[in-house]
Design a protein around this ligand. Structure first.
Ligand code: FAD
Ligand code: EPU
Length: 414
């Protein structure tokens, strides 16, 4: 068994973006797959429930956690060139080879696969100590605005399999791929959090969801301690949803593989993105780097930086309602914002509903609604998770009464 440093009665206030002052009965950081397996074994032996924690940007702590909080710190990113004619089966099999190798010990983290490994960022695994890695992860949450796409540094193969460890900061992964000239993740720039959490709610923004670029992931089944590989068909991805969210607490994700490259078409159709590019990039054909910059600029103008104003992004899902209900509502509220879905239903902008009820800028007991984006609840002053939940419930009740629509909460509540 690897040596694990378990800290007891651990203060989690700096470990979620809302920053509520709750404690974990036990807390451990793990860098390798073997350490993760050992931590899970320890929790099983001690009958402790497990909470995998990334950057806490989608978790609201309303009470102490009476179990083991596990934080993954591995920083490996691996790039493997795919043959031009690789089939889905080939890609899965190559991803499995990368996964099987894993990071079973710190010293093996740099072992080359038999497959051509073009470049990687795993040197960070060796050069960053655990403490540095944690400090850097925290710095990344606080200073996302400093991360800007560079010019592409290296010509990459047309099709590339990119596998990132759960502990890699999501935006760092996006920038790493964009800087290498790889198309695919640019619309998902600046989403807070770690790679390991990204599949849990199938993160999405500006017309792209994680599942659009996903190949497979490797996860540990907590109850049995067995490693499993999940391909896209296994993950049950949907809007802000997946098997891992529906069966919360059953798996810990250790790494995630994506297929990226110049064969992927840039997605610039999302309203706000399209308008931005039309205004700011008039005589330039968009590239992944340009789209990434545009997405970062739009996000900074709309969403509060959690380091300055604690929040967890959208607090509610955008509800999907039947066409008949949408038609009836738009007769009464012609400016209501909704988007037709492929199945004929409508996804309604929850931000519009909450905004329409006058909540923008509202504040009570330290928590409130962001002044520019009504879907984002914020902590304006010292407050508790319970006060935040009370506000969320007030908004839900009000929206249901006026529009007959039930809003569901996006972040995980503890
Ligand atoms: P955490 O909040 O730490 O955890 C989230 C959930 O995942 C928890 O249930 C946790 O137990 C579980 N989990 C964490 N790691 C693992 C793992 N390795 N294995 C299994 N389960 C795990 N989301 C979007 O989809 N689109 C957006 O545009 C977006 N914008 C945001 C903007 C802001 C300002 C903020 C604060 C949040 C935003 N989010 C957005 C939500 C959030 O960034 C994502 O959900 C992100 O993936 C959460 O990552 P995290 O590391 O912080 O996860
Ligand atoms: N709107 C208002 N008032 C508001 C907020 C929004 O009228 O206060 C209207 C806007 O005018 C716009 C529409 O609602 O027409 C949609 O707003 P926006 O483009 O800001 O997107 P959103 O629906 O509020 C969703 C995601 C975000 C994601 C963006 C961009 C959900 C729950 N939220 O927000 O994801 O970044 O689209 O794709 O799907 C997150 O999940 O945490 C998150 C931030």
């Amino acid at each position: 068994m690897n040596t694990l440093t378990v800290v007891h009665d651990f203060d989690l206030s700096g470990y979620t973006t809302f920053g509520f002052a709750q404690k974990a009965a036990h807390y451990v950081e793990v860098e390798t797959d073997d350490q993760l397996a050992d931590a899970v074994q320890l929790a099983r032996d001690e009958h402790w429930p497990i909470l995998p924690l990334g950057e806490g940007s989608n978790i609201v702590l309303t009470q102490d956690y009476n179990g083991l909080v596990i934080r993954q710190t591995g920083q490996r990113i691996e790039y493997v060139s795919l043959p031009e004619n690789a089939t889905t089966t080939d890609t899965h099999s190559i991803a499995r080879t990368v996964n099987d190798k894993g990071t079973h010990s710190q010293t093996q983290a740099n072992v080359e696969t038999p497959i051509q490994t073009l470049t990687n960022a795993q040197t960070r695994t060796q050069t960053e100590t655990k403490t540095q890695s944690l400090a850097n992860a925290e710095k990344r949450v606080q200073s996302d605005s400093e991360l800007q796409p560079d010019k592409p540094t290296q010509a990459m193969s047309r099709r590339m399999l990119v596998t990132a460890a759960a502990g890699v900061n999501w935006h760092t992964l996006v920038m790493d791929t964009v800087n290498k000239g790889l198309v695919g993740l640019e619309n998902l720039s600046l989403i807070p959090g770690l790679v390991g959490a990204a599949p849990v709610q199938n993160i999405g923004a500006y017309g792209v969801e994680l599942c659009d670029r996903f190949v497979s992931l490797k996860a540990l089944h907590i109850q049995s301690g067995r490693w499993q590989t999940f391909t896209i068909d296994d993950c049950e991805f949907a809007y802000r949803d997946s098997l891992f969210k529906r069966h919360i607490g059953q798996y810990i994700i250790a790494n995630v593989s994506f297929e990226l490259g110049s064969h992927i078409k840039l997605q610039t159709g999302y309203g706000a993105l399209n308008q931005y590019l039309d205004t700011h990039c008039v005589n330039q054909a968009p590239t992944a780097a340009i789209v990434s910059e545009a997405v970062c600029a739009i996000r900074r103008s709309k969403l509060p930086n959690p380091a300055a104003l604690p929040n967890a992004g959208s607090f509610f899902h955008n509800p999907v309602i039947p066409a008949a209900q949408y038609t009836a509502l738009t007769k009464e509220h012609p400016d209501m914002v909704g988007y037709r879905q492929p199945d004929g239903q409508y996804k309604v902008a929850a931000g519009w509903l909450i905004d329409h009820l006058g909540y923008k800028g509202y504040c009570h007991e330290g928590v409130g609604v962001h002044e520019h984006q009504a879907l984002v609840l914020v902590k304006y002053a010292p407050a508790t998770g319970s006060a935040l939940l009370a506000l969320a419930n007030t908004i839900q009740t009000h929206v249901l009464r006026v529009f007959g629509i039930t809003l569901s909460i996006e972040p995980r509540l503890i």
